[in-house]
Every structure is written in structure tokens, then in C-alpha cells.
Design a protein around this ligand. Structure first.
Ligand code: MF3
Ligand code: CO
Length: 248
């Protein structure tokens, strides 16, 4: 069952997600060669708490941190630690917060120092695929119109979409129905309605779409060690179309 939210609930979710957009603005300048992923995590936790919210991922299924920091071939759920970011890396930062009973969830992939033209294109295409998916989030469309739009942009760019992780509904739980694959056929899936709140999150790989989980039980990496990017926004479907909640 997909839980619809009223305008008051959506207003709270907007605030919970706005914190994440502001967090990205705050930490983007810190994403430089020489910083460790745990330093980014500490800063993010302080930032979220200073806004009166709580980190959403910490403690979720025993996840130990505020951020997921996934570097290069890491797809999602990389655990912050002593790893030092180097020029040429890309790092995907995924974060959620809990404010007044509602969750937020968003991710951005950042370049570290100077990155290759192909890595830059991967970041651009992944962001474009998210935008294309969001544009389909209008009442009357079908859920997999979002999926198909994401897939088309990613694959037209010469990249592959991860199958093993999906976007999701979001609200009083971090993960609600429906699951939102990043591949699918137009015209399929439930009909989208005003009041649905969705976290749309393409993970796009340079090589194979296949992923493996490392021995830490969390970190997903590409099977062929090719680069991977991840952009996520939480949105609400309104009568006027998609409202991006995780925007400044
Ligand atoms: N954005 C990711 C998701 O929707 C966040 C993972 S939550 C974690 O699943 F706590 F498990 F890391
Ligand atoms: Co998510």
C-alpha cells in the first residue's frame, strides 16, 4: 500500500529534506583531496543535529554512520572511515534525516580534485537520469514511466543501471512502498497520484550493471570495478507535478 501524504505532512518532509540540500552545500567545498570520509561523516552528523534533526541511517539495521560514502567502484552503502580521498576520485554521499516524525533521503556524487572526462560524463549522465525520472512523477503517469526514463538516459549515455538496489516510497518510514527500479517499461506499475512521496535514486555504472557486496556486509561494488555514480532526490507528487523536497 502506498501511503499518501497531505499538504501538512509534505511541508514537514520538505523541511526534513531541505536540511540535506543545505548539508550538501555545506560539505561540497570540504570534498577535497586529503580529507577522510569519516571527517565528512562527523561534519554531517553535527550539521544535521544542529538543525534539530537526527541522522536517519545511523542505527538503521545497525548501520554505523550518518553518511554512506561510496568511492569510485563503490556503488552504495560505503561506510565512512580512515580512507583519504585523492584527486581523481569520485565520491557518492548518501544521507537521510529524521525531523518531526518524517524521513528525508538524498544523494549526490562529487568529483574530488581533477577527475577524468569520462568520470565527469558519468556524473552528468547520472544526474540527468535522475532529472528525467523526476519529470515523469506526475499524477496519472505510471510508476515505471519514472524507471524507464532513468534507464533510457543512463543507457543512451553508454552506461548501465544497477538492478539490485531501488528507489522507494518515503515518509514516516525511511523505506515505504513502492519500490522504484531504475529500469522498466513505460505504462507499467501503479498509477501515480497526488500525495505520493518518493525517493528516486539511480545508481549508474560505467561498465557492468552487476554488483557485489564486500565482506563488511554493506559496501556494494561494481563486479568489474568500473566507476559508479549515485544521485537521489526525495520528491512529492502534486497536482502541479513533481515537487523536489531535497532542494535548497
Ligand atoms: N539511500 C539509501 C536507501 O534508500 C540509504 C541506505 S540507508 C542505510 O536505501 F542506512 F542502510 F545505509
Ligand atoms: Co534512498
Amino acid at each position: 500500500m502506498i501511503i499518501l501524504k497531505n499538504e501538512y505532512e509534505i511541508a514537514i518532509m520538505r523541511e526534513a529534506n531541505r536540511i540535506l540540500a543545505h548539508l550538501f552545500e555545506h560539505i561540497e567545498p570540504m570534498v577535497q583531496p586529503g580529507i577522510t570520509t569519516i571527517e565528512l561523516d562527523r561534519e554531517a552528523e553535527l550539521f544535521i543535529r544542529s538543525r534539530g534533526a537526527r541522522p536517519a541511517f545511523k542505527g538503521y539495521r545497525d548501520y554505523p554512520a550518518t553518511l554512506c560514502t561510496s568511492v569510485n567502484e563503490e556503488v552504495v552503502h560505503g561506510i565512512p572511515g580512515p580512507r583519504v580521498l585523492e584527486s581523481g576520485d569520485i565520491v557518492s554521499i548518501d544521507v537521510g534525516a529524521l525531523l518531526d516524525g518524517f524521513y528525508s533521503d538524498a544523494a549526490r556524487s562529487f568529483p574530488v580534485g581533477v577527475i577524468s572526462p569520462s568520470a565527469r560524463r558519468l556524473l552528468e549522465v547520472t544526474r540527468d537520469s535522475l532529472e528525467a525520472g523526476i519529470a515523469q512523477a506526475v499524477p496519472g503517469n505510471h510508476l515505471y514511466d519514472i524507471s524507464a526514463a532513468v534507464q533510457k538516459v543512463a543507457e543512451s549515455g553508454g552506461f548501465s543501471v544497477v538492478r539490485d538496489f531501488v528507489g522507494h516510497g518515503i515518509g514516516r518510514s525511511l523505506h515505504e512502498a513502492p519500490q522504484i527500479p531504475n529500469f522498466g517499461r513505460r505504462g507499467k506499475g501503479p498509477v501515480l497520484q497526488e500525495g505520493m512521496t518518493l525517493a528516486i535514486e539511480p545508481m549508474v555504472n560505467m561498465g557492468t550493471h552487476k554488483v557485489l557486496i564486500k565482506s563488511d556486509g554493506w559496501t556494494a561494488v561494481t563486479e568489474d570495478s568500473s566507476l559508479s555514480a549515485h544521485f537521489e532526490n526525495s520528491i512529492a507528487i502534486t497536482k502541479d507535478g513533481p515537487l523536489v523536497l531535497s532542494a535548497p
